[in-house]
Ligand binder design. Structure first.
Ligand code: ATR
Length: 277
């Protein structure tokens, strides 16, 4: 007799475009894990009820995406240190005693993609993050752990950037800046954590912002190059990437938390990249 598969899901709103069911399906095949992973559209007001019924029905783990990550943070009964710092949870896991653990694998997913897949050197680098919302907060801890020289956060509303910089001050060197003050500054890595590029918009960026051999990384991904990836290409970035690699790496970290095994990612990232060319 075969055991029934463990169940996992991603909750989001909207969630129709999510690649997570495909990614986790491929991970399960590769690592021979018996599980099913589905996507469910859950508006914020229904998040708690839906999460409760999912786990009550025997569900083992959830991914939570926009706009549910802060609700998931509040819902979790325990938090990993990186999730506590991020103020957002993208992975929930039921533990042996029935408690729900919240983790945030976005930042480690980004750092793994930058360093292992793209060979971008972070120690000693000057990093600029555009945007000061949940996405920026989620990546800061793991980026600081990679020992850059400095991280600067630029945002339209400066008070939000300053608040994040203050929250992370104990962890490393973080400063906040308004967009006009970027004139004359240079960075080795510019990360777009604004929600702007999804609607084809860009924050105002001066022309010489990217240092020679510098790289650009958009946390968002799309079938076409995002406005920020195009900006990086135009400004001769050594690499101008979107968040597809991060998406697969954050999923691999969630899979590791749930199943105790980390799937290989390179083949799948290559496949997903080829599929959109
Ligand atoms: P997320 O959870 O995706 O980070 P969020 O918390 O709503 O979403 O944050 C969105 C971020 O994108 C904010 O930093 C926002 O800047 P403000 O705080 O100044 O509003 C930024 N953003 C959105 N549209 C933008 C645009 N057109 N230009 C510059 N920044 C933009």
């Amino acid at each position: 007799m075969t055991n029934s598969p463990d169940t996992y899901a991603v909750f989001g709103h909207p969630v129709g475009h999510s690649k997570s069911p495909y990614i986790h399906g491929r991970f399960a095949e590769q690592t021979r894990q018996n599980l099913i992973y589905s996507a469910r559209d859950v508006p914020p007001e229904n998040f708690r009820d839906n999460a409760e019924s999912f786990f009550a029905a025997g569900g083992k783990g959830l991914n939570c995406t926009v706009p549910l990550k802060e609700l998931a943070w509040r819902y979790a009964e325990r938090l990993t240190p990186r999730a506590r710092l991020a103020g957002a949870v993208n992975t929930l896991a039921i533990q042996a005693d029935g408690g729900i653990l919240g983790d945030n694998t976005d930042g480690i997913g980004l750092v793994t993609d930058l360093t292992d897949n793209q060979q971008i050197r972070l120690p000693g680098s000057r990093i600029l993050i555009l945007g000061a919302g949940g996405a920026a907060r989620g990546i800061l801890g793991p980026l600081l752990d990679s020992r850059p020289q400095q991280i600067v956060i630029a945002n339209r509303s400066l008070d939000k950037a300053a608040a994040i910089a203050a929250d992370f001050a104990k962890t490393g060197e973080v400063a906040s800046i308004a967009y006009p003050a970027l004139a004359g500054r240079q960075f080795d890595l510019i990360i777009n954590a604004t929600s702007a590029s999804l609607s084809g918009q860009l924050p105002p960026l001066p022309d010489k912002l990217l240092a020679a051999q510098g790289c650009c990384y958009d946390l968002a991904y799309a079938s076409q190059p995002t406005a920020f990836v195009e900006w990086g290409r135009k400004h001769l970035a050594a690499k101008s990437l979107d968040g597809l690699g991060m998406l697969v790496e954050q999923a691999a970290e969630a899979f590791l938390l749930w199943r105790g095994v980390r799937p290989q990612t390179a083949g799948l990232i290559g496949e997903l990249n080829r599929a959109r060319q």
